[in-house]
Design a binder for this molecule. Sequence first.
Ligand code: RP5
Length: 169
Amino acid sequence: MTESPMIGIIMGSDSDFPVIEPALNILDEFCVKYEVIVSSAHRTPERTEKYTRSAADRGIKVIIAAAGGAAHLPGVVAAMTNLPVIGLPIRSKSFNGLDSLLSIVEMPKGVPVATVGVDNSSNAILLALRILATNNKDLYEKMTTYRSKMEDAVITRDNHIQEQIKKRK
Ligand code: RP5
């Protein structure tokens, strides 16, 4: 396990947590420490600013920012830090996440937010790990193993399909 958290996960509401929680297993698998906080760009702007401005000094290397609806949190965070920010759009009730996605992905030039698919917390975490792995041999090797296991799983699923196809003939 890394000594201090390297990935900071900030979410606009505790209602976002059920989307994020299952993907935290990936961080455990890679033995990477993380921190998770609830802070909103709109409801707690000062708290969001304090968290973001102190992140790099505390050893955070990548921030994942999750928000839904008028999802300004990732952009606001990216405006206040040099750290890479990954935006995770959360599925919303009114527009099924399209509002969240567009709010996060359509950033003005100069303030990038790397945006993953709606509710795709696994990809947000895997992208954060890939960024860390560019400078960390151990994580790079773990990523190779992760990808190789994924490949094996696809082959196994294909074998099952091939058996079903054979039975039909
Ligand atoms: C956003 O508004 C949050 O990120 C959440 O996805 C959405 C709804 O928040 P709650 O009303 O559930 O607190 O700021």
